[in-house]
Design a protein around this ligand. Sequence first.
Ligand code: URA
Length: 267
Amino acid sequence: MPRKPDKPKIPTHKRWEGKEKPDWLSRALSRAGVLPQEEAEHAIAAGRVSINGRVAKMALTPVPPGSVVKVDGLVVQLGAPATRVLAFHKPAGVLSSTARQHRTGTVFEVLLPQLPPELAGYTWHAVGRLDVESTGLLLFTNDDKLVAHATSPDTRLPKRYVATVFSTASDEKVEPLRKGMTLDDGPARPAKVVVRDEHTVEVTITEGRNHQVKRMLGAVGLPVRALHREAVGDIVLDDLPEGTFRLLTDEEVREGLKYEGRGAAES
Ligand code: URA
C-alpha cells in the first residue's frame, strides 16, 4: 500500500493563527469568575468538572471555544468576564502581595472573606503595591491587562499620597521634588507637591517605583513617619472605612483610570 504522505508539521506558535486559542480549564474557570484558580484546580482533580460530557481531571486540559463545561453537573458560562475593579482601603501592617492569594498577613486575607458570591469566584490581582506600613487606596482587578495599564509609567496615571514627616516641611525643602530629582535608581519625574502644614506633605507622582515617595522625601531631609494614598487617577478613597472595599462603576474605570475595560461576558 502506498504510504500516506506525512501531515505537514505546523509549528506550535502558528497552530492557532487566525483562530481563537483555547484557554486551559482551571484558568478558564477562574477568568470567568466561576471558581478562583486554586479551587478550580481542586474541583478538577476531584472529577467535578466535565467538558462536552467527559470528566476532565487535568487543570491544563484545553477548552476549545464553544465547549459545554459543567461543574457539579451544572453548565457554567465561560468566556472573558466584564472588567471588575475594587477600591480597597488598605490598613497598616498588612502586606500588599501580588502572588499568593491566601497567604497570611496579606491584603488578600482582609479582602477576600468580605466578597459577596458574585465577586468571590474571580482571581483578583492587586494593582501595584503599598509598603506594609502604608495605608490607603489599593485597587484590585480581575483583568490583568488593567494591572499592566495602571502600573506602567507610560500611562502616567497620577497617584496622590499624603506623607506625615518627622522634620519641618517647607516649600523650599520640597523644591527638588517639583523640579525632578535623581534617585539611586535613576531620575524621577517632577512631582506635584503641596505642603499642607509643617508635618504634612501631599505628593503626586506618575510613576510607582519601590518606596519612591519615602525616598524622595528622605533625600530632602524629610523622613516619612506615615504614608497614606488618597487617590489613583481620579479614583479617590474618600471616607471608605479602613479594611473595606467598594466596587467601581464602569464609568469610574473608564474615566478615572483611563481604561476601556472588557464588556459583559460572552458565552
Ligand atoms: N511610595 C512609598 O515610599 N511607599 C509606598 O507605599 C508607596 C509609594
